[in-house]
Ligand binder design. Structure first.
Ligand SMILES: [Fe+2]
Ligand SMILES: [Fe+2]
Length: 549
């Protein structure tokens, strides 16, 4: 063949190749606007590649977040079902070579190539004879591989032609993946900003402080896509961190649990005041696995940021186990930091509220102790009545936390007015006469006079004032009947009577639990609200009375 003829043939092949590439790119470009999502676009491109180039299989493999694994993200050919989603070591085989070099690799005969990784073929029962693998890139970074196997196409015969076609297709795929990444990034950004706004709304809402902090930590858990998020606060001595708010499956095991601030990743964050990203706790010497051992939870990765109040570290916000194979990054840190600043004021108020509550409950406890020291028959009475009343309320209105809180304080203080009853009457070993009884009856109102100045809720005061009212209207001090008596008082009345009957008194023997329950039942509808008695009996049948008592 003359040189002239050869060059005409070369030109003819080049023209065919150019036309072929143009066909594919034109077709893809024509179809792209019809695709609604980048994934649809990729599917479309892969369908076109597979129908336009004569080959047995084509795959897009993508690196996972860690960069250690390559996943068959999209597959065409007979093994599509078996291969899609399969992960392989990103350092192995021809794909691994492409990842490492960023260059196209073409293998015309796999049997002669020692880099060829047979495991995938063996796993799915396939025989790869020839293979082309082209890098997919985002900027200069290799993010995956486009592979074609067992190519037998008349149009693209030479290795250079084949590489040229696949590389131009890889360019379109890379661009689509980049779009997908950008769109996902934007969606996540919108979602995260929305949740941050929710955090801000929660902090500025009228919710109780504990609800605000729970809402904030739940939002943190969702925004960061983690298995658990916690808020830990340093104690007064700054020696321990206490789990103040916990989200996730181990919530019940961890709430109020105290850990040393001198160990663990959270401890390191609290001590240094610096945030910590740890994507593999087991390779971090600061990790303390004792809580995992205790709860059965498996911590893999941790993100901690300090919580500041008045420029001092007051605690730590901790996010555990980024979901999927993802790792914590600087964006996550910035987000948790933002949540930490947003919640600082709520945390400070919550702490002040806790201190106030502690002082209040201290005052309440002192009152019941004062009465117990005056009258030994009252030993433990107030505490038992409070627990019993809370227990019955739990069966009657399981979701009414407020009612249980009212009953706790009212139970502890209901007889405080007896402090003002003269010892001669209060400690009398025989039955009191009617004038003495009139004095005793004043204790309900006196209790209110004693507890009101320490700042009890008005519902607590009302419950205490009426704890000797009777369902049939024959009680004191006001002779209220039925639903006119506050529910908390009706519950207190049953708990109070039950404890009095089951405790020894100078002028009578104590009753057994069963006898006392019978007595309560007998007085249902006269002394006691039948609905309260019903819940009380359920508590008894569930063996809860002895536990509460
Ligand atoms: Fe009383
Ligand atoms: Fe009492």
């Amino acid at each position: 063949m003359s040189d002239k003829n050869q060059s005409a043939l070369d030109l003819e092949i080049e023209l065919k190749l150019a036309n072929f590439k143009l066909d594919i790119v034109q077709e893809i470009t024509r179809m792209l606007p019809r695709s609604e999502t980048p994934i649809q676009t990729l599917n479309f491109i892969m369908d076109r590649i597979f129908s336009l180039v004569e080959m047995e299989g084509a795959s897009i493999l993508l690196l996972d977040a860690s960069g250690d694994k390559l996943e068959f993200f999209m597959v065409r050919g007979e093994k599509e079902g078996e291969l899609t989603g399969v992960k392989m070591d990103a350092a192995k085989g021809i794909a691994g070579k492409v990842i490492a070099s960023g260059e196209t690799v073409l293998i015309e005969n796999t049997e002669k190539d020692r880099d060829f990784y047979k495991t995938i073929d063996e796993t799915v029962g396939y025989s790869t004879r020839s293979l082309i693998a082209v890098p997919l890139k985002s900027g200069d970074r290799v993010i995956g591989v486009l592979e074609g196997v067992n190519i037998d196409d008349e149009e693209v015969k030479s290795p250079a032609q084949l590489s040229e076609v696949f590389e131009s297709l890889a360019g379109v795929i890379s661009m689509t993946l980049e779009n997908e990444r950008l769109i996902e990034g934007m969606k996540n950004d919108v979602e995260r900003k929305q949740r941050l706004l929710d955090v801000s709304h929660a902090v500025n809402s009228s919710l109780s402080l504990s609800d605000v902090l729970s809402a904030v930590m739940n939002a943190a858990k969702d925004i960061l896509g983690v298995e658990a998020a916690s808020l830990l606060l340093l104690d007064n001595e700054k020696e321990n961190l206490v789990f103040h708010v916990v989200t996730g499956e181990k919530k019940r095991d961890l709430e109020k649990v105290s850990i040393s601030a001198s160990t663990g990743i959270a401890g390191a964050c609290a001590t240094s005041g610096a945030p910590i990203i740890c994507n593999d706790v087991h390779s971090d010497s600061r990790f303390d696995g004792s809580l995992d051992k205790k709860t059965g939870f498996v911590t893999r990765s941790v993100l901690c940021v300090p919580l500041r109040s008045d420029n001092e570290v007051s605690g730590v916000l901790q996010a555990i186990n980024k979901k999927g194979d993802a790792e914590f990054d600087e964006d996550d840190l910035a987000l948790l930091d933002m949540i930490s600043s947003e919640s600082a004021v709520a945390v400070r108020n919550s702490l002040l509220m806790n201190q106030k509550n502690e002082m209040f409950m201290g005052a309440v406890a002192s009152l019941s102790k004062a009465l117990e020291s005056k009258d030994p028959c009252h030993a433990g009475h107030a505490e038992r009545v409070a627990k019993l009343a809370e227990c019955v309320a739990g069966f009657m209105r399981p979701d009414d936390i407020e009612l249980r809180e009212i009953l706790r304080v009212a139970g502890l203080t209901h007889d405080a007015g007896k402090l003002a009853v003269p010892d001669a009457i209060l400690l009398k070993s025989s039955v009191v006469d009617s004038s003495e009884m009139d004095i005793i009856k004043k204790h309900a109102a006196l209790s209110c006079e004693i507890i009101n100045p320490i700042g009890v809720e008005k519902e607590v005061s009302a419950a205490v004032l009426r704890h000797h009212e009777r369902w049939d209207g024959t009680g004191y001090p006001e002779g209220l009947a039925g639903a006119d008596i506050p529910l908390a008082s009706r519950i207190l009345a049953v708990a109070d009577a039950f404890d009095a009957m089951t405790s020894p008194r100078p002028h009578r023997e104590k009753l057994s639990t069963a006898e006392a329950v019978e007595e309560i039942k007998r007085n249902s509808g006269s002394q006691f609200d039948p609905a309260v008695v019903e819940s009380f009996v359920i508590a008894w049948e569930n063996d809860m009375l002895d536990i509460a008592n």
